[in-house]
Design a protein around this ligand. Structure first.
Ligand SMILES: Cc1cc2nc3c(=O)[nH]c(=O)nc-3n(C[C@H](O)[C@H](O)[C@H](O)COP(=O)(O)OP(=O)(O)OC[C@H]3O[C@@H](n4cnc5c(N)ncnc54)[C@H](O)[C@@H]3O)c2cc1C
Ligand SMILES: NC(=O)c1ccc[n+]([C@@H]2O[C@H](COP(=O)([O-])OP(=O)(O)OC[C@H]3O[C@@H](n4cnc5c(N)ncnc54)[C@H](O)[C@@H]3O)[C@@H](O)[C@H]2O)c1
Length: 488
């Protein structure tokens, strides 16, 4: 299709925004991206990419400790039994920030190469698909609520109004903070502030055991600091497969993390070089640093959205349909500001769908049933499709087979002690509708199940495909084989 005479303005240069911009440029539209922090968004600069890089560093260190268990010792270690490995957090963070900046630059070059104009500044929606831009604004993501048009620009900064056939709002979200736990950027931190640390916290208290809290608690434990994880629910990762979350919680405890379940933080205060977290039941937890991981709020305030006819939900998220349309004609939205499913992959897909739909290209509506996602703990938890809860609560008529990895020959060789694979197949048709993998590199192992779900393969098609011997994927095949129903 040819969208040569169409103009597209994108507010926000994260995965939702920049992927849409690339898609629109490919279709021939004239595209402008307005970004107030940096291209790549929070995903690249402070959240997804840096946290995965930190976890990769922690996992790398963990391999030194694990070496002992398979009979490998470092003769130079100064303390007997110690593998002599320490993390220099200033160096670790400097490398991670460089990596993030490099990725941001790559995105900028890609956008430039396809003719997308990028404006450094803050955007605000006006009625009738117009966008007001204050140029030169530069906001650093930190967890503080940014002024809609930024603080960090001089009053004479150029303001202009752009008109577009399609406006895409992809402004993301920021860390939720509590009035009783105000981040100071030194010892009470949001996840966007940890990259300024120059020393490893002695004792980090992580508040919130959702995906962000669990991943970062795992990372800092691996880097060598004492970690207390405060979980308001019965177990960590309350939204995830219960069997998987239980494995990860057990591993956390075994490695020395203190996990406090059914413990809700009421507030955090700083006392000199310590922080004191008060729980709602009156208990107090002391640490050297506190990390708030208590959820996010969408960047949708004071952006002119409702005045321009864009409906927001009670949580402040932009309401969209499955092709990313908002309630205002010609205005679309993608990513975390919509609250549909806060993943970089979903943001990117929503953005691509939006421009394809608006510019008249062929498009399939967003299908969340096929989204695979991964929690980068050790072991990792990867999931796709329907969940165990969907089956247990009667929403899907399916069966599950779960196989522990301890019986898998490759897992034994690699000293994998925890984890399992689980596959869900619909009763009768035996179509694979979902699965869970808990193992090292589960993020890679989930792909065959995702392929089966997306292409509606049945358990016989899946299990009759050769797997390598010995391999972890052998357990996937075996689980599917065990799901085979014998015809009456
Ligand atoms: C710690 C952490 C780890 C994560 N890890 C993963 C992971 O491993 N895998 C995964 O898939 N997802 C992960 N996520 C989720 C992922 O980061 C988000 O889903 C993703 O960032 C959403 O992309 P987005 O484009 O909607 O928003 P963002 O990436 O937040 O980008 C939005 C951009 O809009 C800009 N902006 C906002 N308002 C304006 C304005 N008025 N004018 C101009 N610009 C504006 C912001 O500066 C920002 O750059 C993680 C999240 C967190 C918190
Ligand atoms: N690997 C990944 O793909 C990845 C990583 C991080 C985040 N994400 C995305 O971001 C989403 C949000 O995750 P999140 O963990 O940032 O937020 P979340 O809202 O899922 O979890 C926050 C947790 O904090 C708890 N909490 C809130 N107030 C508390 C208090 N006062 N004391 C103790 N606990 C409290 C909540 O009960 C909740 O369990 C995820 O669902 C995921 O989609 C993805």
């Amino acid at each position: 299709m040819n969208a040569v005479n169409k103009s597209v303005v994108v507010i926000g240069g994260g995965p939702g925004g920049y992927e849409a911009a690339l898609g629109a440029a490919q279709l021939g539209a004239e595209v402008t991206v307005i970004e107030r922090s940096g291209l790549g968004g929070a995903a690249v600069l402070t959240d997804c990419v840096p946290s995965k890089a930190l976890i990769a560093t922690a996992d790398f260190m963990d391999r030194f400790s694990a070496a002992k268990r398979i009979g490998v010792h470092f003769d130079g270690a100064q303390v007997p039994g110690d593998q002599g490995v320490t993390a220099h957090v200033a160096d670790v963070n400097a490398r991670i920030m460089e990596l993030a900046q490099a990725q941001s630059r790559d995105i900028g070059e890609r956008l430039e190469s396809v003719g997308v104009e990028v404006i450094q500044g803050a955007g605000r929606l006006l009625p009738d698909r117009r966008v007001e831009v204050v140029e030169g604004v530069h906001e650093v993501n930190s967890g503080e609520e940014p002024a809609p048009h930024g603080r960090d620009h001089d009053e004479a900064a150029a303001t202009r109004v752009l008109e577009a056939d399609l406006v895409l709002v992809a402004t993301g979200a920021r860390p939720r903070v509590m009035d009783t736990a105000v981040p100071d950027g030194e010892r009470i931190l949001t996840w966007q502030q940890i990259w300024n640390l120059t020393e490893l916290p002695e004792h980090l208290v992580v508040i919130g055991s959702g995906v962000t809290g669990a991943e970062l608690a795992h990372a800092y434990l691996g880097l060598g600091c004492a970690v207390t994880l405060i979980s308001s629910r019965d177990r960590v990762l309350p939204g995830e497969d219960a069997d998987a979350a239980n494995v990860v919680e057990e591993v956390f405890r075994r490695r020395g993390m203190t996990v406090l379940n059914r413990s809700r933080a009421a507030g955090v205060r700083r006392e000199g070089d310590t922080v004191v977290v008060t729980l709602e039941d009156g208990r107090q937890v002391e640490g050297s640093h506190a990390l708030l991981a208590v959820g996010s709020i969408p960047n949708t305030t004071d952006m002119g959205l409702e005045e321009a006819g864009v409906r927001l939900s009670r949580s402040g998220h932009i309401e969209v349909d499955r092709v990313s349309r908002t309630s205002a004609p010609g205005v679309y939205a993608a990513g975390d500001c919509t609250g549909v499913l806060p993943l970089a992959s979903v943001a990117a897909m929503q953005g691509r769908i939006a421009v394809a739909h608006a510019l008249g290209d062929a498009v399939a509506p967003l299908s969340l049933g096929k989204v695979s996602s991964n929690i980068f703990t050790d072991p990792e938890i990867a999931t796709v499709g329907v969940s165990q809860a969907d089956i247990d609560e009667g929403r899907v008529d399916a069966r599950a087979v779960m196989l522990p990895l301890t019986k898998n020959p490759r897992a034994k060789m690699q000293n994998v002690q925890d984890g399992f694979v689980k596959i869900f197949a619909r009763k009768g048709s035996q179509t694979i509708v979902g699965g869970v993998v808990v193992s090292p590199r589960a993020s890679e192992l989930i792909f065959p199940i995702a392929l089966a779900v997306a292409n509606r393969l049945n358990v016989d098609q899946f299990s009759s495909t050769f797997t390598v011997y010995p391999s972890m994927s052998g357990s996937l095949s075996e689980a599917a084989r065990q799901l085979h129903e014998i015809a009456d």
